[in-house]
Every structure is written in C-alpha cells, then in structure tokens.
Design a protein around this ligand. Structure first.
Ligand code: UDP
Length: 366
C-alpha cells in the first residue's frame, strides 16, 4: 500500500487536488490522507469546492491563515510536522507555488519523507513574486518533479536539475483533467449564465488578485479604468477575490461591470466557456481560457505559461488602461484556432499515480 499525504491550502490547489484524488480513488493500493493548512477558509473559497467537486473532506484542518508570509509559513511548518510524525506517509504531495506548498515540502524533507511536486519547473523569472520563491525552493528539495509542460522540463534542465537525485517527468496538466471532467457536469449543475442574464460570447470575464497588482493602488485604478471603458461595449463579469475586495471599494466602477463574490468552480468554468474573452492575472485562468478556446489578456509582466503567448492565445499587458484595451481589441478581431495539445490529454493525474506506484514498487517503501 502506498500512503500519499496531500497538502492543500489555497483555491487553485483544491481544484488540482480534486483531479488527483479522483484518480487516487481508482487505485485500491493507494491510501490518501488530506491536510488542509487553512490558507483559504471562507465558504466560497473552500467549502464550495469540496462539496461540488466531491473532494474527500480533509483529514486534518490546521487553521493557519491571515498571517504575514513568514508567520504563516512557519506556523504551517510546525503543524504539518506534527501530522507527518503521526501519519508517517511514504510520500508528501504538494501542488503549485503557495506558502502551503513550501511548508509541506520543507516539513517532509526534514523527516526524510519523499516529496512529489505537481506543477514543477514553472518559472516567471521574477524573484519578487512570493510564488516564484516558493516554487523554486520546493522544486529543489522534491524527489518527484511532475512538470505540466515541455517548457517546465527545459527550465529545470537549465537550472542543472539533471545532476540532482530526483526524477523529472512531463505528465501534462492536472487542471486540464479537472476541466475536461467537470465541464459536462457543470453545464448541468450551474445556472450562472441564465441567472446573470449573460449571452454566449457577449461578455468579458475579469479576475485580478495578484499582490503585484493589488498592492499598488495606481495599478489597480488603471485596470479598473480599462474595465470601465470596455464595459461600454460588453457586459463585464468580475468575481472579486477577497484580497481585491476592500481595495475596489475606493474606486468608481461602472454599473455595467458586475462585481460578484468569488464563485464555485462549476460557475467559473461556465463563465469561461461562455465569455468572449478573459482578462486576468490568475495563473490557472490563463490555461482554462485556452482549454475552453477563449483568448486571454494577462495583466502581468511575465507568465509561467509562456507557450500560450508563443502560440498567440495569450497576450501580456502592462496595467496601463490603454494597453489592456489594445490587447482586448486585438483579440476581438481574431478567431481562436487550436491544434496542438499544450497541456497533455487530460490524464496527468492518472500518470502521476502510476508513476508514484512504480517508484514505490521499485523501492518497496519509495
Ligand atoms: N476560480 C474559481 N472561482 C473564482 C475565481 C477562480 O473557481 O471566483 C478558479 C479558477 O477557475 C481556477 C482557480 O480558481 O481554476 C484559479 O485560482 P486563482 O486565480 O485564485 O489562483 P492562481 O491560479 O492564480 O494561482
């Protein structure tokens, strides 16, 4: 029996965990223990994902949240260590690039427990981003690096990872697994397009929550100005992240911009699938826009998903209002053509499970 201990904490990790946990349940020789650090805890940032996506309730809830980066990571490290000593898993599974990811990996490493990192090898090459620090450090101490793209493998090779005692595999993206599985279910279960009176391809979908945008009032004001201008021609739907919420209250927003609380995953993928175009600074949304054949304007200086930009599906924009509007207008004239499978075939979770089992079988206890 392979015992995997999965660490989750933030919204995108619940979605990735949904895909992996579903795959794990297909194997009767894998046992999963889920630890939720508590980083995101509101009903609409946590419970809704577990309820609608059928993720098993976490076995441990550590309630670590609303602290500075250092305090949060330190507290998580301490609490995760206690769980590891009790559970003694064969491998700790971490996702992405949050404080929960780094704390989980570090706690495991100190106890010589193997670490599997899902979404390994991504880089923005901007060390001022907390996410970049988390992902580089996690990669370096991980044993099994599961890369979603060829670029991620190339990034690791360029940093000399082939000389380290770790395995590097390109397995595709677990978010594609989730998107493919839940799209048909969400079209039965979600009524958001009807409820909000939105017509197919007639609205823009906006999300903004990165510290690099929300920590600078002037940048956020420019983004809002762009959205207000775009709302003259389109309805705009803007599910507002808790971090962005109070900052928006100081800005004047057009009534054609529909500000809503964060929505569940089913509503979100219906919104992406129904919109004309996405404007975001989210990592996950950039890919989901591509999965559902929607262009995406990314309001950031860099993206980890460079292949989307290289293939013309995504454009980076500064926060300048005119730059955002220009990028949107550029895409409004384009037709979305897909060909290549940039993120695999939707079987990344299954491949990760099989790979971990192989390593386990080879070494008895990994
Ligand atoms: N998401 C959601 N509801 C929302 C906003 C986002 O379900 O109101 C989903 C989105 O579809 C994607 C994930 O949350 O799967 C992305 O999370 P977020 O943008 O918070 O983080 P990032 O991807 O930037 O790390």
């Amino acid at each position: 029996m392979l015992h995997i201990l999965t660490i989750i904490g933030a919204r995108p990790q619940f979605i990735k965990a949904a895909a992996i946990s579903r795959a794990i349940r297909q194997f009767d020789n894998i046992q999963e223990t889920i630890v939720h650090t508590g980083q995101h805890f509101d009903a609409n940032m946590f419970d809704i994902f577990f309820d609608e996506m059928g993720i098993p309730k976490p076995n441990y809830h550590l309630h670590v949240n609303s602290l500075s980066h250092g305090a949060m990571t330190g507290r998580m490290l301490e609490e995760i260590e206690k769980v590891l000593l009790q559970e003694k898993p064969d491998v700790v599974l971490v996702f992405g690039d949050t404080n929960s990811t780094l704390a989980g990996a570090l706690a495991a490493k100190k106890h010589h427990i193997k670490i599997a990192h899902v979404e390994a090898g991504l880089r923005s090459f901007n060390m001022r981003m907390p996410e970049e620090v988390n992902r580089i450090l996690t990669d370096r101490i991980s044993d099994f690096l599961y890369c979603p793209t060829d670029t991620a493998v190339i990034n690791l090779e360029a940093e000399g990872f082939r000389q380290y005692p770790c395995s590097i595999e390109q397995v595709g993206d677990v978010m594609l697994d989730a998107a493919m599985y839940y799209l048909p279910i969400s079209s039965q279960k979600s009524s958001i397009l009807r409820d909000m009176d939105l017509n197919q391809d007639q609205f823009l979908l906006v999300t903004i929550h990165r510290a690099e945008n929300t920590d600078h009032p002037q940048r956020l004001a420019e983004i809002v100005e762009a959205i207000n201008k775009l709302s003259k021609d389109f309805d705009v739907v803007f599910p507002v992240h808790p971090r962005t919420k109070h900052l928006l209250s100081n800005l004047s927003i057009s009534p054609r911009v529909k500000l809503v609380d964060p929505v569940g995953y089913f509503d979100m993928i219906q919104l992406i699938n129904g919109c004309r175009l996405v404007v975001t600074d989210s990592g996950g949304l950039q890919k989901e826009a591509y999965f559902f054949k929607r262009f995406c304007v990314t309001v950031r200086d860099q993206t980890e998903w460079v292949e989307l930009v290289e293939h013309g599906y995504n454009r980076l924009s500064s926060t300048k209002s005119s730059d955002i509007q220009d990028a949107v207008h550029f895409f409004l004239k384009q037709t979305f053509k897909t060909g290549e499978a940039l993120y695999g075939n939707g079987d990344a979770s299954n491949r990760i499970c099989r790979s971990l089992l192989n390593h386990h079988d080879k070494n008895h206890s990994i």
